[in-house]
Design a protein around this ligand. Structure first.
Ligand SMILES: Nc1ncnc2c1ncn2[C@@H]1O[C@H](COP(=O)(O)OP(=O)(O)OP(=O)(O)O)[C@@H](O)[C@H]1O
Ligand SMILES: [Mg+2]
Length: 397
């Protein structure tokens, strides 16, 4: 007897004959069954027992099948429901399917058809339960990541930093270098966890954007300061080009900083020694943006963007290994890495997935142009909504 035939079915019908016939056929097919003579009795049995499916008559005295269905769903039950309807009330049955029934059968039954529908409804319920379990596991994993993994790593970074600063005793330059490299590795893991957490939040629609007037000048300067050292360590030259006076923009400073940081981190990682990484930030016209001919996978994300008079254009260019054309769209999906560049560099394939979600949420688009062997250019276009008072991040004297 397979697992499916062990499932328990409740028949709710005020006609005892129908209850008996259905019980007989369903039990012959290997299901366990119970019969309830009215909605009230049926609801009580559903509360006290674990049924996989209910065959529910629509027309019953006192509580109708429609009311039973509403109460079952209001109680949060995931039991599958097949409505049983008299000939001529199919429209009511269809209505029930909108409010949580899986299927309906019209009386008088074709027993083979009914058994097939029962089998299908039970299989669909199983699929749904597996999906729900996976979703729950995903939630548990994400909260484990943030609490059980990120917090301790952050504490480790803090402790190493105290040592590196020499606050626990003198540290020579070689030791300081090793401690710095330990901090870098920990930060890399924290970055991956942050990307994963935020991707999850975006996908669940739970990622608030903190959009306020920010000085682009300050954002770019802070990023340049942060990456100059990393570029030196990777033995690549980092150059930054920007408009003379970048505007103050309505933007989520943290999100934009993390997007650019992901792109610069990749560029430094995938560019061999003596290469060049160039960050550029400028304001361009909608017409100039159209002339850049973004690929369809990017422009389709925000077609209205090109109607804007002014756009913020941020590019990160490198002289690295490049990315084959067939991977250009795919690398923006989570866990996607391209060969050969992805191989041997570690990482989880999450950075660009975060960038795409964040840029889209900021109303912009992102794409890559790249030729194998000559380097890559990542381009971001954002709507340029200039703000009045910048939210300064510079330290006050
Ligand atoms: N500048 C680049 N040059 C060459 N390949 C790149 C570049 N940027 C990204 N890629 C390719 O795209 C893939 C996906 O990048 P992404 O940032 O999403 O993941 P990752 O850097 O591998 O890991 P993570 O960002 O999670 O640490 C990379 O593994 C690499 O194959
Ligand atoms: Mg990356």
């Amino acid at each position: 007897m397979n697992e499916q035939t062990q499932e328990k079915i409740l028949i709710i019908d005020d006609e005892a004959d129908i209850g008996t016939i259905l019980k007989l056929h369903l039990e012959e097919s290997g299901y366990l069954t119970e019969w309830a003579r009215d909605g009230e009795a049926g609801l009580a049995m559903l509360m006290n027992d674990d049924f996989s499916l209910v065959l529910l008559d629509i027309r019953m005295p006192r509580i109708s099948g429609v009311d039973v269905l509403h109460r079952v769903r209001a109680a949060g039950s995931d039991v599958a429901v097949i409505m049983m309807t008299a000939h001529g009330s199919e429209s009511l049955a269809v209505e029930c399917m909108r409010t949580g029934a899986q299927d309906y059968v019209a009386k008088p039954f074709d027993m083979n058809d009914l058994l097939q529908r029962v089998e299908r409804a039970l299989a669909n319920r199983q699929t749904l339960l597996v999906k729900q379990r996976l979703e729950q596991e995903k939630q548990d994993f994400v909260s484990m990541l943030s609490h059980d993994l990120k917090n301790p790593i952050t504490a480790v970074i803090g402790s190493i930093d105290i040592m590196r600063e020499g606050r626990l005793g003198p540290v020579n330059s070689e030791q300081a270098e090793y401690l710095e490299s330990a901090i870098d590795s920990c930060n890399e893991v924290v970055g991956m966890i942050d990307n994963l957490l935020d991707i999850h939040r975006f996908e669940a629609g739970r990622m608030p954007m903190n959009v306020r007037p920010c000085s682009l000048q300050e954002i770019i300067t802070a990023i340049r300061d942060r990456f100059t050292l990393l570029a030196q360590r990777e033995e690549v030259t980092l150059t930054v080009e920007q408009d003379q006076s970048l505007p103050t923009m309505f933007i989520d400073r943290i999100a934009l900083t993390r997007v650019i940081a992901n792109l610069l981190g990749n560029a430094c990682k995938f560019t061999p020694p003596n290469g060049v990484v160039r960050l550029s930030c400028r304001v361009i016209s909608g017409k100039a943006a159209t002339d850049m001919s973004p690929p369809a996978y990017a422009s389709a994300q925000r077609p209205e963007l090109f109607d804007q008079e002014q756009l913020l254009c941020i590019t990160v260019q490198d002289t690295g290994e490049g990315i084959p054309a067939e991977d250009h769209e795919r690398i923006f999906e989570r866990f996607a890495q391209s060969q050969p560049s992805g191989r041997g560099h570690g990482g989880a394939g999450l950075g660009l997935a975060y960038c795409k979600l964040a840029v889209n949420h900021l109303g912009g688009i992102i794409w890559v142009s790249s030729t194998l062997g000559t380097g890559s250019e990542f381009v971001i276009l954002l709507p340029c909504q200039e703000g009045q008072k910048p939210e300064s991040t510079a330290k006050k004297p």
